[in-house]
Write a protein that binds this ligand. Structure first.
Ligand code: ZN
Length: 195
Protein backbone atom coordinates (compact mmCIF):
# COMPACT_ATOMS: atom_id res chain seq x y z
CA UNK A 1 0.00 0.00 0.00
CA UNK A 2 1.25 3.45 -0.81
CA UNK A 3 1.29 5.70 2.20
CA UNK A 4 0.36 9.26 1.37
CA UNK A 5 2.03 11.77 3.62
CA UNK A 6 -0.10 14.72 4.40
CA UNK A 7 1.10 17.92 5.95
CA UNK A 8 -1.29 20.51 7.27
CA UNK A 9 -1.00 24.19 8.05
CA UNK A 10 -2.49 25.54 11.22
CA UNK A 11 -2.67 28.81 13.08
CA UNK A 12 -0.54 28.64 16.22
CA UNK A 13 -2.49 29.03 19.46
CA UNK A 14 -1.25 31.93 21.60
CA UNK A 15 0.18 29.58 24.27
CA UNK A 16 2.16 27.60 21.63
CA UNK A 17 3.64 30.64 19.91
CA UNK A 18 7.39 30.49 19.58
CA UNK A 19 9.72 33.48 19.62
CA UNK A 20 13.03 33.71 17.79
CA UNK A 21 15.61 36.46 17.59
CA UNK A 22 16.82 36.50 14.01
CA UNK A 23 18.05 38.69 11.21
CA UNK A 24 15.08 39.08 8.85
CA UNK A 25 16.03 37.86 5.35
CA UNK A 26 13.78 40.50 3.76
CA UNK A 27 14.53 43.72 5.68
CA UNK A 28 17.92 42.77 7.20
CA UNK A 29 16.83 44.00 10.64
CA UNK A 30 17.55 41.94 13.76
CA UNK A 31 14.09 41.23 15.14
CA UNK A 32 12.26 39.21 17.76
CA UNK A 33 9.75 37.36 15.57
CA UNK A 34 6.76 35.33 16.73
CA UNK A 35 5.50 32.19 15.02
CA UNK A 36 2.08 32.65 13.49
CA UNK A 37 1.51 29.44 11.55
CA UNK A 38 2.99 25.96 11.63
CA UNK A 39 3.07 22.99 9.29
CA UNK A 40 2.73 19.53 10.80
CA UNK A 41 2.66 15.90 9.69
CA UNK A 42 -0.91 14.63 9.95
CA UNK A 43 0.21 11.04 10.76
CA UNK A 44 2.71 11.74 13.50
CA UNK A 45 1.71 15.22 14.59
CA UNK A 46 5.38 16.27 14.26
CA UNK A 47 5.90 19.95 13.53
CA UNK A 48 7.87 20.35 10.28
CA UNK A 49 8.02 24.12 9.84
CA UNK A 50 7.24 27.20 11.87
CA UNK A 51 6.29 30.35 10.03
CA UNK A 52 7.20 33.60 11.76
CA UNK A 53 6.04 37.10 10.98
CA UNK A 54 8.69 39.79 10.83
CA UNK A 55 7.52 42.66 13.10
CA UNK A 56 9.41 45.18 10.93
CA UNK A 57 8.37 44.34 7.39
CA UNK A 58 5.59 41.75 8.03
CA UNK A 59 7.12 39.22 5.62
CA UNK A 60 6.86 35.48 6.41
CA UNK A 61 10.02 33.76 7.64
CA UNK A 62 10.06 29.95 7.69
CA UNK A 63 12.21 27.86 10.02
CA UNK A 64 12.43 24.08 9.63
CA UNK A 65 13.58 21.38 12.03
CA UNK A 66 17.21 22.04 11.10
CA UNK A 67 16.86 25.65 12.29
CA UNK A 68 17.76 27.05 8.87
CA UNK A 69 15.98 30.27 7.95
CA UNK A 70 14.05 30.19 4.66
CA UNK A 71 14.57 32.14 2.46
CA UNK A 72 18.26 32.92 2.86
CA UNK A 73 19.01 36.62 3.29
CA UNK A 74 18.03 38.69 0.26
CA UNK A 75 20.93 41.02 1.07
CA UNK A 76 24.45 40.28 -0.06
CA UNK A 77 27.07 40.06 2.68
CA UNK A 78 30.12 42.36 2.49
CA UNK A 79 30.03 45.91 1.12
CA UNK A 80 29.41 47.14 -2.40
CA UNK A 81 32.49 48.59 -4.08
CA UNK A 82 32.27 51.42 -6.60
CA UNK A 83 34.02 51.84 -9.97
CA UNK A 84 34.59 48.14 -10.70
CA UNK A 85 34.95 46.93 -14.29
CA UNK A 86 31.78 45.01 -15.31
CA UNK A 87 33.42 41.57 -15.35
CA UNK A 88 35.10 42.06 -11.98
CA UNK A 89 31.90 43.43 -10.46
CA UNK A 90 30.04 40.32 -11.66
CA UNK A 91 32.61 38.01 -10.09
CA UNK A 92 32.59 39.94 -6.81
CA UNK A 93 28.79 39.59 -6.67
CA UNK A 94 29.13 35.87 -7.36
CA UNK A 95 31.63 35.61 -4.51
CA UNK A 96 29.22 37.35 -2.12
CA UNK A 97 26.24 35.29 -3.31
CA UNK A 98 28.20 32.07 -2.82
CA UNK A 99 29.09 33.21 0.69
CA UNK A 100 25.45 33.87 1.61
CA UNK A 101 24.51 30.44 0.21
CA UNK A 102 27.29 28.90 2.37
CA UNK A 103 29.09 27.65 -0.79
CA UNK A 104 32.51 28.34 0.72
CA UNK A 105 34.50 26.28 -1.77
CA UNK A 106 33.03 28.40 -4.59
CA UNK A 107 33.92 31.61 -2.72
CA UNK A 108 37.59 30.61 -2.60
CA UNK A 109 37.65 29.50 -6.22
CA UNK A 110 35.99 32.67 -7.51
CA UNK A 111 38.30 34.76 -5.32
CA UNK A 112 41.33 33.07 -6.87
CA UNK A 113 39.97 33.60 -10.38
CA UNK A 114 39.38 37.24 -9.52
CA UNK A 115 42.99 37.72 -8.46
CA UNK A 116 44.07 36.55 -11.93
CA UNK A 117 41.53 38.77 -13.70
CA UNK A 118 42.50 41.81 -11.65
CA UNK A 119 46.19 41.25 -12.44
CA UNK A 120 45.34 40.85 -16.16
CA UNK A 121 43.21 43.99 -16.03
CA UNK A 122 46.23 45.82 -14.59
CA UNK A 123 48.46 44.68 -17.43
CA UNK A 124 49.77 41.22 -16.52
CA UNK A 125 50.27 38.98 -19.55
CA UNK A 126 47.86 36.06 -19.92
CA UNK A 127 48.64 32.37 -19.34
CA UNK A 128 50.68 32.99 -16.22
CA UNK A 129 50.63 30.61 -13.27
CA UNK A 130 48.50 31.72 -10.34
CA UNK A 131 51.56 32.51 -8.24
CA UNK A 132 52.96 34.65 -11.07
CA UNK A 133 49.82 36.78 -11.10
CA UNK A 134 50.32 37.33 -7.39
CA UNK A 135 53.97 38.23 -8.00
CA UNK A 136 52.84 40.72 -10.63
CA UNK A 137 50.43 42.39 -8.21
CA UNK A 138 53.14 42.57 -5.58
CA UNK A 139 55.83 43.86 -7.95
CA UNK A 140 53.48 46.57 -9.24
CA UNK A 141 52.69 47.59 -5.66
CA UNK A 142 49.03 46.54 -5.57
CA UNK A 143 49.71 43.98 -2.83
CA UNK A 144 52.05 45.04 -0.08
CA UNK A 145 54.68 42.69 1.26
CA UNK A 146 52.76 42.75 4.53
CA UNK A 147 49.72 41.23 2.75
CA UNK A 148 51.71 38.61 0.92
CA UNK A 149 51.23 36.07 3.75
CA UNK A 150 47.50 36.54 3.34
CA UNK A 151 47.54 35.94 -0.42
CA UNK A 152 49.77 32.92 0.01
CA UNK A 153 47.21 31.49 2.37
CA UNK A 154 44.47 31.89 -0.27
CA UNK A 155 46.78 30.30 -2.83
CA UNK A 156 47.45 27.31 -0.57
CA UNK A 157 43.75 26.97 0.28
CA UNK A 158 42.85 26.82 -3.40
CA UNK A 159 45.55 24.26 -4.14
CA UNK A 160 44.46 22.15 -1.21
CA UNK A 161 40.84 22.00 -2.41
CA UNK A 162 41.76 21.32 -6.01
CA UNK A 163 43.65 18.25 -4.86
CA UNK A 164 41.63 17.08 -1.89
CA UNK A 165 38.15 18.44 -2.64
CA UNK A 166 37.96 19.01 1.07
CA UNK A 167 35.23 21.09 2.58
CA UNK A 168 36.13 24.75 2.83
CA UNK A 169 35.17 26.49 6.05
CA UNK A 170 33.31 29.74 6.58
CA UNK A 171 36.44 31.25 8.15
CA UNK A 172 38.55 30.43 5.10
CA UNK A 173 35.96 31.79 2.69
CA UNK A 174 35.74 34.96 4.77
CA UNK A 175 39.51 35.35 4.64
CA UNK A 176 39.43 35.11 0.84
CA UNK A 177 36.55 37.55 0.36
CA UNK A 178 37.91 40.12 2.83
CA UNK A 179 41.22 40.10 0.99
CA UNK A 180 39.49 40.54 -2.39
CA UNK A 181 37.43 43.40 -0.97
CA UNK A 182 40.55 45.27 0.14
CA UNK A 183 42.30 44.63 -3.15
CA UNK A 184 39.30 45.96 -5.12
CA UNK A 185 39.09 49.07 -2.95
CA UNK A 186 42.81 49.76 -3.42
CA UNK A 187 42.87 49.07 -7.13
CA UNK A 188 39.55 50.53 -8.31
CA UNK A 189 37.67 52.54 -5.71
CA UNK A 190 40.25 54.72 -3.95
CA UNK A 191 42.04 56.00 -7.10
CA UNK A 192 38.67 57.04 -8.59
CA UNK A 193 37.62 58.77 -5.40
CA UNK A 194 40.81 60.82 -5.36
CA UNK A 195 40.15 62.22 -8.82
ZN1 ZN B 1 11.67 41.97 8.00
Amino acid sequence: MISIKEWKWEKVKPKDKKEETLCCPYCNVKVRATSDTRIFDVDTGAIKYQIFKCPECYMPITIGLDGIIIPPSQFLPFEDIQHLPVKIEKMYRECRKSFSSTCYYSVIMVARTMIMHIAADLGATSNLKFVEYIDYLENEGYISRHNRTWVDKIRKLGNQYIHELDEATEEEAKLAIVFIKHLLINVYELPQMAQ
